[in-house]
Design a protein around this ligand. Structure first.
Ligand SMILES: [Zn+2]
Length: 406
């Protein structure tokens, strides 16, 4: 039994969530298999499937032979049943995806974020781009169940309030959820970008067999979305996972958070660019040019064999690796997933370096193999995650009244 159901009528919605999750994550499940996996009676499964079909969430997708018995009708998610919009709000970019219930991305967009008109201008841009995405995708707006918005913390996830977003633009406490709710006719959910990315990874790719993992999300800063014992861990104030502010050297460079030597001071994209510029200024040989240097150019040169660029990325990856070792030692994780601003090729370099460091330094390295993986969603991980947060809130089985289980 992978996901225990219960035959008590009061938890009908929970059972519906369990059944839907099996159909969504399985490769064509039959009613009989669902009953076997959940422990629900055949009649209960049949009733739930009927309800899911009535809501157009599930469709029948052919039959499979089953030994001497009668052929099993296979069920699958109706890919066009419902959609969610995911928005990643970063300091200089809005990334959007429109995602189907089956995790497929049906539309995406990316626009530069303009701060010139302050908060009101940013809200206007989010509203316009969300409406544009839905319009251009030519789907029925009524099938959009919500808009998830991921952004860096700190925040109050429940109330949808973001505190001092984007490093001191002077906006103070921003009731982002309320402001967007006034403008958009959809359910609005605000979440930490890294937490959203972890939920997205679960939704789109499953657990990879890991019940305890962290999604290391690189945006402007670096956060960790934590899944502990198969549940999203948010902490006391919904601000768990400030991985980027873990201290690596108390005498290191001063961070904007007030501490010194934080991980972000060594491996955020801005710090990698700064490190490369410093070394170029010292006259080191490289194909990189100091003017208009971007993290994209560093990644590109690193994968093309430029020694300086490769060195900068590798040093950053090693520092990130020390953070991963601390986190994995503390929480006994099985895996980290890297996503966000890692280009595919540079992501591989990060993955290799972090994996090697973990194998060398983890206290329990002889007990088990700790995995370092790359997110399939890559740079879109935050937006995909934000869309998944909405689908997760509505459709995932939630046995607890406070509903943080995934
Ligand atoms: Zn810091």
């Amino acid at each position: 039994m992978i996901s225990g159901g219960t035959n008590l009528p009061r938890v009908r919605d929970y059972n519906q969530g369990v059944v839907l999750e099996i159909i969504r994550t399985g490769d064509g499940a039959s009613r009989v298999e669902i009953a076997e996996k959940t422990g629900l009676t055949a009649q209960t499964v049949s009733n739930i499937v009927k309800r899911l079909q009535d809501e157009e969430l599930v469709i029948e997708a052919g039959v499979a032979a089953s030994g001497s018995g009668k052929p099993r009708v296979l069920l699958q998610i109706n890919p066009n049943a419902r959609y969610a919009v995911g928005v990643l709000l970063d300091r200089d970019m809005i990334t959007l995806v429109l995602m189907g219930l089956d995790g497929r991305i049906v539309a995406r967009n990316k626009v530069a974020l303009n701060h010139a008109d302050g908060l009101a201008g940013v809200i206007e841009q989010v509203v316009q781009t969300v409406e544009g995405l839905i319009r251009n995708a030519k789907i029925e707006p009524g099938r959009v169940v919500g808009v998830g918005l991921g952004c860096p913390g700190p925040m109050d996830h429940e109330k949808g309030i973001v505190y001092e977003p984007f490093d001191l633009l002077g906006w103070g406490h921003v009731p982002l959820k309320e402001l967007l709710q006034k403008r958009l006719p959809y359910r609005i959910v605000i979440d930490n970008d890294a937490t959203a990315a972890a939920i997205g990874e679960r939704w789109v790719r499953g657990t990879h067999g890991a019940q305890n993992f962290a999604f290391i999300f690189m945006g402007v800063g670096i956060g960790a979305g934590l899944v502990i014992q198969n549940q999203i861990y948010r902490g006391a104030t919904t601000n768990a996972g400030e991985f980027g502010h873990m201290t690596l050297n108390p005498e290191g460079p001063t961070c904007f958070c007030g501490n010194r030597g934080c991980i972000e001071m060594y491996c955020s994209p801005a710090k990698m660019v700064e490190a490369a510029k410093n070394r170029l200024a010292e006259g080191e040989n490289s194909l990189l040019q100091p003017d208009n240097l971007t993290i994209g150019k560093i990644y590109e040169s690193a994968t093309n064999g430029d020694k300086l660029a490769n060195d900068v990325v590798e040093k950053a990856a090693r520092m990130l690796g020390y953070g991963v070792v601390n986190l994995a030692n503390l929480l006994d994780l099985e895996m980290v997933v890297l996503g966000g601003k890692f280009s595919p090729a540079a992501g591989t370099l990060f993955q290799r370096t972090v994996q090697a460091l973990v194998q060398e330094k983890l206290v329990a390295r002889n007990v088990y193999h700790f995995r370092v993986e790359l997110s399939a969603a890559g740079e879109a991980a935050g937006a995909v995650g934000a869309a998944a947060v909405v689908l997760h809130e509505i459709f995932a089985p939630r046995p607890m009244s406070l509903g943080l289980a995934i």
